[in-house]
Design a protein around this ligand. Structure first.
Ligand code: TXA
Ligand code: MG
Length: 331
């Protein structure tokens, strides 16, 4: 199959709509990462999403709709704080997990009685979702377990030949996937950290917990149990206090003829040879924006990536660190 990359316009949107209604997958930009969209109402389309990605069948998908879509036709929201959450943060990089009305394919949620819904704010995503005006199921548009795509080219590199169309909306400014927040209980619970932080949600509605799976419990966000975001090269992760150990590892690898890159925050970049540094930047927002692009740069030019954890904790760094640790974790 020929995979086209097209800027978002009347013609590409019409083509995207036709493809979706035929049960095909179309990649589209959001402010977080690119999504691999399919018609959420169709079992076959949803199955195709899993197949194209090579995604495990028990990891549910997020449904995407535009701002004016009749959200309540898809879900129940019985908790009073949820409206306030939506008003504070949507459209934006926040996915809410509701009780489902069962109006989309059961395969979207892998048989769970909940449905994750996202209203992205990216103008290209809004335009696409308004044009097609159906609920679009979409995971990140990468091969399963690989680094999430933050440009149309990244999608192409992973899925060339497997999907007919990539809508190109330029690089994603957010850089890490949306916050996933369960709103079925009496207070919100963050299942996956992201740019809308637990602290921001707590500030908006008074209480918000971060989900920590208890020993032996069935995980509430099934995606959490899988290896994720991993570049193709070998990775070694060092704590923020272990800069000299990281430098020693780098020197040893260089001596044995390996091609090495170092991924680290700006304030310690000076400790490493400049030509080997992939600089994450100075704060959470910059690091989120740069992380996936730099992981993909690393795998393109190195056989070993030495990553040093940034020192800041909490807020956006919770999500950034979570992605970095998963990218560098073993199977
Ligand atoms: O920013 C994003 O969220 C991107 C863009 C494309 O919107 N999408 C994305 O999708 O990251 P994906 O499939 O890579 O991650 C979806 C996450 C997984 O961790 C999954 O387990 C969780 O959302 N999820 C989906 N439905 C759920 C549900 N009903 N209950 C709990 N977790 C759910
Ligand atoms: Mg993903």
């Amino acid at each position: 199959m020929l995979t086209k990359i097209q800027k978002i316009g009347e013609q590409s949107l019409a083509e995207a709509k036709e493809l979706l209604l035929q049960g095909e997958c179309v990649a589209f930009p959001t402010e977080t990462v690119y999504g691999l969209g399919g018609d959420a109402r169709s079992d076959e389309a949803v199955e195709k999403i899993y197949r194209v990605k090579g995604r495990p069948q028990d990891n549910p998908l997020i449904v995407h709709v535009h701002s004016e879509y009749d959200l309540h036709s898809l879900i129940y929201d019985d908790q009073p704080y949820v409206k306030r959450l939506r008003e504070a943060f949507l459209p934006g990089p926040l996915t809410l997990v509701y009780r489902s009305r069962g109006k989309v394919s059961a395969k979207v949620s892998c048989g769970l009685d909940t449905l994750a819904v996202r209203i992205p704010e990216h103008p290209g995503a809004q335009r696409f979702l308004k044009y097609v005006d159906i609920p679009v199921a979409a995971p990140s548009a990468n091969r399963s377990k690989h680094v999430s795509p933050v440009s149309a080219q990244h999608v192409y590199d992973d899925l060339n030949g497997k999907i007919p169309l990539i809508l190109d909306g330029g690089p994603c400014s957010g850089g890490i996937e949306s916050t996933v927040c369960d709103v079925t209980g009496s207070y919100p619970v963050v299942l996956r950290a992201g740019l809308i932080t637990r602290e921001m949600i707590e500030h908006a509605v008074g209480r918000c917990d971060a989900y920590v799976p208890k020993e032996g419990e069935r995980v509430r966000s099934p995606g959490m149990k899988y290896k994720h975001y991993a570049p193709a090269c070998e990775t070694r992760l060092f704590s923020s206090a272990a800069v000299s150990e990281a430098l020693a590892a780098l020197n040893e690898a260089v001596r044995s003829g390996r091609r090495v890159r170092v991924l680290c925050e700006d304030c310690i970049a000076g400790a490493f040879p400049a030509e080997m540094v992939l600089n994450l930047g100075n704060d959470g927002i910059e690091m989120a924006e740069n992380l996936y692009r730099l992981l993909r740069e690393a795998e393109a030019c190195a056989d070993l990536l030495i990553a040093v954890e940034p020192h800041e904790r909490g807020g956006i760094m919770t999500g950034v660190l979570n992605r970095l640790q998963k990218a560098c974790a073993g199977e």
